[in-house]
Write a protein that binds this ligand. Structure first.
Ligand code: HEM
Length: 326
């Protein structure tokens, strides 16, 4: 404040001196300069005191406070329920059992490597690892059986299963996406509830479960298996189990983890698996066709097909926003 005061004072005096230049004697100029200096200081002091008193009395608001109050209220972006609680719990069981199976299975496959020995030791020895592998296997079989029944008997499960079936549009989408990534075309494909990425994820797990559970059971109950399988049949089964284990692990790390965690658009990861929710901009970007369907459905249900319609809350009895809504 003092610096500003001094600057204003100096500017004023220089301007007046320039105007008086040649018109009055040097002595008069010095006199006028001194009188002006005292007057300016006195005036400014009075003005500053007045403004400070008014701020203290609440008559004037400091500029920063006033601007903060004038800021428009932050409108929370609408969220859509993408995954219902049932499928979220299934996913949690699935990843817990699969991670357990990977951690306990891979050290058996790569027994000759140093890290395998460390992992097996941390798990309490080879017998413990085998036991934990079987516990994980029971978890995976449980969730696979449950999911199978879910797709048969639940409306949401049947609907999602149907939407996950591969279609010619998926092949076209892959093609369009590759062209986009290569910079040949600006166009990006528009996806419905499930893109080809999610469909691939789903069917890779489906196929993986069939192979791993089938071969795993034959290995688990070897004596029983050898009643109808020749020894080389069991060896092939073991080979299939080992190789598919590696394939599944790599698919999870490279495909699934990239798409849901490491992809720069998602990093450090989407929380949809936990909350089930997806933001409006995410659904518009990643599932544009599903978003349009939702908007159409809202419009048919009486709401206008505009931005306001998006603010309508998902009814609490809806499992997902575009799914079951009994
Ligand atoms: C994602 C799922 C799974 C992975 C990644 C996995 C991985 C593995 C691996 C790497 C091995 C070692 C094979 C070897 O000796 O070289 C193994 C062994 C075995 N797996 Fe799995 N597995 C999975 C699921 C299952 C399931 C579902 C079952 C049973 C239903 C199962 C039962 C077994 C059995 C019995 C063995 C032999 C273990 C032993 O030596 O005692 N696995 N698994």
């Amino acid at each position: 404040m003092a610096r500003l005061e001094k600057q204003i004072e100096e500017n004023l005096l220089t301007r007046i001196e320039a105007e008086l230049d040649g018109e009055v004697s040097e002595d008069t100029r010095v006199l006028i300069r001194e009188k002006l200096r005292v007057k300016v200081r006195q005036e400014m002091g009075e003005q500053i005191d007045r403004i400070t008193d008014e701020i203290a009395a609440g008559v004037l608001q400091p500029e920063r406070e006033r601007l903060a109050e004038e800021k428009p209220p932050v409108v929370k972006e609408e969220e859509f329920l993408r995954l219902g609680i049932n499928i979220r719990i299934q996913h949690m069981f699935l990843f817990t059992s699969v991670l357990t199976l990977i951690v306990t299975g891979l050290p058996l496959r790569f027994a000759e490597l140093g890290w395998s020995e460390t992992v097996i030791r941390l798990l309490g020895g080879i017998e413990n690892s085998r036991l934990i592998h079987r516990i994980g296997a029971s978890g995976l079989m449980g969730v696979a059986a449950y999911h199978f029944l879910y797709t048969l008997f639940s409306r949401q499960g049947r609907r999602d299963f149907f939407l996950l079936l591969p279609r010619p549009k998926d092949a076209l989408d892959v093609f369009t996406m590759i062209k986009h990534f290569l910079g040949i075309s600006e166009e990006r494909p528009k996806f419905g509830r499930f893109s080809y990425i999610e469909k691939f994820d789903y069917w890779a797990v489906y196929w993986g479960c069939v192979i791993m559970i089938g071969s795993g059971l034959l290995l688990w109950f070897q004596d029983f298996s050898l009643r109808f399988l020749p020894k080389f049949g069991l060896d092939i089964t073991k080979e299939a189990h080992r190789d598919e284990a590696l394939l599944a692990t790599l698919a999870i790390i490279i495909w699934h983890f990239y798409n849901v965690h490491l992809n720069p658009d998602k990093f450090p990861g989407s929380l949809t698996w936990l909350t089930g929710k997806i933001s409006k901009h995410e659904i518009m970007e990643e599932h544009a066709l599903e978003y349009e369907e939702i908007m159409d459905a809202r419009a048919k249900n009486g709401g206008p097909r505009n931005e306001d319609a998006c603010q309508v809350k998902t009814p609490p009895d809806c499992e997902t926003v575009s799914g079951r809504c009994d």
